[in-house]
Structure formats: structure tokens, C-alpha cells
Design a protein around this ligand. Structure first.
Ligand code: SAM
Length: 340
């Protein structure tokens, strides 16, 4: 008998996945969703004029976005408006906007993945081929050397942290802690979620000077918060004193020897009873998923993705006992460990 319909459909989805991603990235970069939010019901010709694109290209992009569930035609006429999904995630100023992360995927992840074959053959990231730059330290060499690239990266981190922050901040009872240091806390997006969720907490964000310099661009308005920033290098400088340290999306970026240096420095800064809250994608114990974590590993950063058990063992070797593990329904999982 012939191939099953659902098998063929799955294969088509896999083969066309990159086209769907690029259509989303392009519509987002050309601000189609922001435009249709302020002026719902525009026709293709008006949209083409506004985004300074050809009519034919714009029509194809709009129709593709309709088929992907991002736009719909208004009143069954060739007039377009955002779907709820686009309104929630694709407007540049939506509370859970993924716009920043999508721009990062388009400008950084896409070029890296276009060299995937070499990445697999060599087992190394392809920054030199994609951007003409070798990277020893991904952040200092390839992201923070240029103001525009740095801001784009910070917006990407900010958007993911805003979407995931509440789930991580509310994953555990943190009532026994008062002072928190978010190591590599970037724009403070996660820190603001922690102070919002826990009125007794104050958070110091510790990140490189290049990042802390730009932190005021991301300060939430109309919100009382207890978040401060300290600039430094977590491999060299004294870590701010705290009774809970957060490591969100940090360890997967570094090779084992650097991970050990960082964890030793945190462990040395901790008294018994201090906490370490780790947030990462936790791989399934059989490494069969989730897809997001395994696909991320293909970017061949010098670090690696781990399961909850692997993280627990790693942290135990630095004197932290895992108290709770939480697989959230959000994009990041979390683990709370206590210093022995
Ligand atoms: N924790 C944030 C989050 O979950 O959104 C940001 C994660 S981002 C992948 C890694 C962060 O580590 C960046 O903000 C980067 O600037 C910071 N970082 C990298 N190297 C650092 C270093 N040597 N010292 C301090 N921060 C560093």
C-alpha cells in the first residue's frame, strides 16, 4: 500500500519547516504584524507600499502567513489582520513579544545553521564561516563587539526571559531567601519577574560591563522593583553576596572546565543553606527530547545540553543537593539546589 497520509504530512512539515521559519522571520523583520495591529484590514497593495516591497512578493508573504496561522483575511476579502497568535507573540511591544528572539534567529542562528554540514563534520560552531569571525568567547568576540549586534542579542534574551520568567520565578517556594544574585542576568527581565512574584526578595543582576551599560533600556516603567545591577566577569570578579544564586541559560554555553570554574566560584560564595536555582532546557533522561534542546545543541556551541539528572550530579560535585526539579510547561525548566 502507499504511504500513510499522516506520515507524508509529517515529512512535508519537516522538509518545509525552514521555509515557514524564514517566512515568519521576514514578516517580523518587515514589521508586517506591527503594521496590521495599528491598521487592521489593509490590502496587499497598501501593505507593500508601507513595507517598501514588491506587490508580488508581499502578496506571497501575506498568503504564506495566512496559511501558517499568523494572519487572516478580514471579512473574507483580500484585506489582512493579525490572528490572536500574532497579536500575543509577534508585536514588537507585546508583553510576551518574541520579536527580539525572532530577529536574533534570523540574523544569527539562521546563518549558523546554513553551515550545519560543516558544523557536524567538524564538531565546532561556524562563526568564522557565517560571520567571518573566529570566536573564543562567544559573547565578547561575536556579540558585544558591535552596539547593534549587542542590542539585538539583549532584546532576544529579554524576550525569552519575559516569556519564561514567571514560570521559573514561581516554580519553587523561595520564602526562606531574601537576597538573590542573577548571574549573567542580562537585561534583568528574569530578575523583575522574581521581585514581582516574591515581595520579600531583592535581586542583583551580575553581568558583563558591556551589558550592564545598556540595562536602563530595559527597565520596566510604572513598576516598583528591587532590582540592581553590578558589572563584572563571572570567571574573574567577586560575585555579589546573596543567599540565592540564579543561573538561567548560562551553563549550556560553556565547556566543562569553564562550568567547573563558575560553579566552584558560586559554591565558594555560598554559606550552607544558600540556594542555587538553575534554569535550562532539561533533556529527557534517554536524550530523546525535547526537540528544542537537541536542535539548539546543533549550533555546536562549546557547551552542551544536559538532563536534570546530569545537572544534579554536576551540582552535587560542587556541594549542592537538589531539593526540587520542575519541568515547566514553558520553554525553560528549573531546579532548586541547596548548599550542604
Ligand atoms: N540569564 C539570562 C536569561 O536567561 O535570559 C541571559 C542568558 S544569556 C544566554 C548569557 C548571559 O551571560 C548574557 O547576558 C551574557 O552577557 C552573560 N555572560 C557571558 N559571559 C559572562 C561573564 N564572563 N561574566 C558575566 N556575565 C557573562
Amino acid at each position: 500500500s502507499g504511504p500513510k497520509k499522516e506520515d507524508l504530512q509529517r515529512m512535508m512539515e519537516l522538509m518545509d519547516g525552514f521555509k515557514a521559519s524564514k517566512a515568519l522571520f521576514t514578516a517580523s523583520k518587515m514589521c508586517v504584524f506591527d503594521l496590521l495591529q495599528s491598521r487592521p484590514g489593509l490590502e496587499a497593495e497598501q501593505i507593500a507600499q508601507e513595507i517598501k516591497a514588491s506587490l508580488k512578493g508581499t502578496q506571497c508573504l501575506l498568503e504564506a502567513c495566512v496559511s501558517l496561522g499568523l494572519l487572516r483575511s478580514k471579512d473574507h476579502k483580500p484585506m489582512y489582520e493579525n490572528t490572536d497568535l500574532a497579536t500575543r507573540f509577534l508585536l514588537s511591544d507585546a508583553p510576551f513579544s518574541l520579536h527580539g528572539y525572532i530577529q536574533h534567529c534570523n540574523s544569527t542562528v539562521w546563518p549558523l545553521f546554513s553551515h550545519l554540514e560543516s558544523a557536524v563534520q567538524e564538531g565546532t560552531n561556524q562563526h568564522d564561516k557565517a560571520f567571518g569571525k573566529k570566536s573564543k568567547d562567544m559573547f565578547q568576540d561575536t556579540v558585544y563587539y558591535d552596539r547593534e549586534v549587542k542590542l539585538r542579542f539583549m532584546k532576544a534574551m529579554h524576550s525569552i526571559a519575559k516569556v519564561t520568567g514567571k514560570a521559573v520565578a514561581t516554580a519553587f517556594d523561595l520564602s526562606s531567601f531574601k537576597t538573590v544574585c542573577d548571574i549573567g542576568g542580562c537585561t534583568g527581565a528574569m530578575a523583575y519577574e522574581f521581585t514581582e512574584a516574591h515581595p520579600g526578595l531583592s535581586v542583583t543582576v551580575f553581568d558583563l560591563p558591556a551589558v550592564v551599560d545598556m540595562s536602563e533600556h530595559f527597565t520596566p516603567q510604572h513598576r516598583e522593583h528591587r532590582v540592581s545591577f553590578v558589572a563584572g566577569d563571572f570567571f574573574k570578579d567577586d560575585l555579589p553576596k546573596a543567599d540565592l544564586y540564579i543561573l538561567a541559560r548560562i551553563l549550556h554555553d560553556w565547556p566543562d572546565e569553564k562550568v567547573d570554574i563558575l560553579l566552584k566560584r558560586i559554591s565558594d560564595a555560598c554559606r550552607p543553606g544558600c540556594g542555587l536555582l538553575l534554569s535550562e532546557i532539561f533533556l529527557d533522561e534517554d536524550r530523546g527530547g525535547p526537540c528544542r534542546g537537541l536542535l539548539q545543541a546543533l549550533s555546536m556551541s562549546v557547551g552542551k545540553q544536559r538532563s536534570a539528572t546530569e545537572y544534579s550530579q554536576l551540582l552535587k560535585s560542587h556541594g549542592f543537593i537538589t531539593a526540587h526539579v520542575r519541568h515547566t510547561d514553558n520553554m525553560l525548566d528549573a531546579m532548586l539546589c541547596i548548599k550542604e
